[in-house]
Write a protein that binds this ligand. Structure first.
Ligand code: NAP
Length: 273
């Protein structure tokens, strides 16, 4: 009855791990580099494997009934092309449920999961609160943040809530074939998020708005491919309603409201000081 968490060393995955453990089920963590899993709880079984190379996955899938599955791989978040192989191997290994951490873009993982025979659930989380950790270095060093689209709202969600929902859909019933859009309790602009962080750390912070071209250049310099740069520009600059419409999904599934950004900012305040 083991559950495999891909991305277990990442921001969402570590919460999926802790939430599954809290439900009393055995958890296996997949990582390309087991040393990165050192911070996971000791009861977690750590297995090496790479989602871009399905030949590395049999040991990870052995005896697994449920999988928390990423749709991107590599440090540049490239779309995983190996979806069909991963899903076929998972089904042969006896996996019955897959929770897909979906980035909202159709691709080989989602297609293969939908076409396959497992009970699947898509978790669409448009914008993690922890994306603002990308501002931390600049805030600490200069007290300012340089970003595009300062007045565009996003219904940011706490990655801890995403992890809790993932554990629920993997271990609870009634979620097969559902596409869940997960948001926090309010849609906030980057300027509002920065003001919330400023209040949490008790320091005045400045928002400097970049042009879209400046942002695209920066994402390319960070190594993102054209596909990801276009995705970021369109979702941040001209988002569809799903990106800023608050849903009640977290509350409906967990029986408690989603955590607001102000709470997230207090919990993570040390990163910005
Ligand atoms: N940021 C957002 O707002 C947002 C919104 C929706 C969806 N997403 C998606 O959410 C997912 C997780 O995001 P996150 O912020 O939790 O990630 P993160 O903190 O950046 O960590 C990435 C995780 O992916 C794993 N990984 C990367 N390439 C891999 C590969 N080839 N094989 C196996 N594991 C691999 C890493 O494991 P190791 O390094 O240990 O191998 C790590 O655990 C991403 O797939 C992203 O596309 C993000």
């Amino acid at each position: 009855m083991t559950y495999l968490v891909t991305g277990a060393t990442g921001r969402v995955g570590r919460h999926v791990v802790s939430e599954l453990l809290a439900r009393g089920v055995p958890v296996r963590a997949l990582t390309r580099e087991p040393a990165r899993a050192a911070g996971l709880p000791p009861e977690v079984e750590v297995v090496a494997g790479d989602l871009t190379d399905p030949a590395t996955l049999p040991a990870a899938l052995d005896g697994v009934v449920g999988v928390h599955l990423l749709t991107t791989g590599g440090d540049d978040y490239a779309t995983l092309r190996t979806g069909p192989e991963i899903v076929e191997m998972a089904e042969k290994a006896g996996v019955r449920r897959i929770a897909v951490l979906w980035n909202g873009k159709p691709g080989p993982v989602e297609d293969a999961v939908r076409a396959g025979g497992t009970e699947w659930t898509m978790l669409q989380a448009v914008d993690f609160m922890s994306n603002t950790l990308g501002w931390a270095e600049s805030i600490r060093a200069t007290g300012e943040v340089r970003e595009p689209f300062g007045d565009v709202r996003a219904a940011v969600v706490d990655e801890a809530d995403v992890g809790a929902v993932a554990a629920e859909v993997l271990t609870g019933d009634g979620h097969a074939g559902q596409v869940y859009t997960l948001t926090g309790p309010e849609a906030l602009t980057p300027r509002q998020r920065l003001a919330t962080i400023a209040a949490a750390i008790g320091r005045e912070l400045r928002f400097v708005e970049l042009t879209e071209q400046q942002a695209r250049d920066r994402w390319r310099q960070a190594g993102y491919d054209d596909e990801l740069v276009d995705l970021l520009a369109s979702w941040q600059g001209n988002p569809p309603p799903v990106a800023y419409t608050v849903t009640d999904t977290v509350e409906r599934l967990l029986g408690r409201p989603p955590r607001p950004f102000a709470t997230w900012a207090h919990i993570h305040a040390a990163a910005f000081r």
